[in-house]
Design a protein around this ligand. Sequence first.
Ligand code: BYC
Length: 314
Amino acid sequence: MHNEHSDAHFQLRIDNGEHIEAKDYMPDAYRKHLIRQMSQHAHSEVIGMQPEGNWITRAPSLRAKQILLAKIQDEGGHGLYLYSAAETLGVSRVEFIEQLQSGKAKYSSIFNYPSLNWADIGAIGWLVDGAAIVNQVSLQRTSYGPYSRAMVRICKEESFHQRQGYEIMAKMMKGTKDQQAMAQDAMNRWWWPSLMMFGPHDTDSPNSSNAVKWKIKRETNDELRQKFIDKTIPQAELIGLTVPDKNFKLDEKTGHYKISEINWDEFHRVIEGHGPCNKQRLDHHIKYHQEGEWVREAALAYKQKHLKKELQTV
Ligand code: BYC
């Protein structure tokens, strides 16, 4: 029999497909790995509200505005579920925000690209949420219970997000020549960065071997990227969009599409802080976080007042 507080017992539980819960024994490295990944994930949801928020006031109809508002609000909610789930690992929300704002913690590379026009809102929903959902469906079976349960809720909303983006793209492709050109231009700009969302190739992914051993990742970066490619290329073709890759080809034998090599220099530049919008995204977060200080103070004062009252009545 293994000691319940041993790494061997922990690995046995993982191998048996059990969920690990907040108060269960876990190796320090497992805890650290999750804190890193889950907080990055939460930051991505929240920072991801910015490129879309840019178009709320300029949505082309009331219907489009309502849908976009609801979607962005969902993303804020996803951030909330994920921060709460990550806090069960012993790090506070305040610390997570400090790590984000100081540049110590990452968020998804994709949100460092600008949203230049309405077609970009279509491309973000279709491609960015589309890539996210492939990853997140897999994460529903991740080994850490609170992360897995957060993912189940998030996936329900994310599939609606993907569809709203695809609907925008399909509508523009049925529109005027200018609208079609806008949709194609958005596809050209968002296609490659969306593929980068899955992270480096498996052979260049330092965190993958532990993630797979501990069943934090149920599928690898390359496996998930391939799923996304296979699903998305036929969707593009169906509405008349051209995939911006001269070499992409369906391999009839495997049923998988082959694509050109991703520009990994660009990926590394962006995750190291030198993408087109890294500074803008962080500056914006810091500014509005500071402006919201009074709301946090008021909420805390309200909580303390009521706690005092409760204690007096005990
Ligand atoms: N961007 O060893 P690897 C959304 C980093 S939001 C930035 O493969 P790992 C939405 C990686 O962190 C949902 N950094 O790492 C919201 C590592 O550096 P560190 C977004 C990246 O963790 C609003 C290094 O590269 N989804 O849907 O095993 C509007 C080596 O990589 C990226 C998530 O956040 C990247 N793309 O695998 C619309 C998914 N890729 O940390 C939509 C959750 C890699 O050692 N995260 N890096 O300094 C994951 O599934 C995994 O963390 C990753 C990377 C697949 C991203």
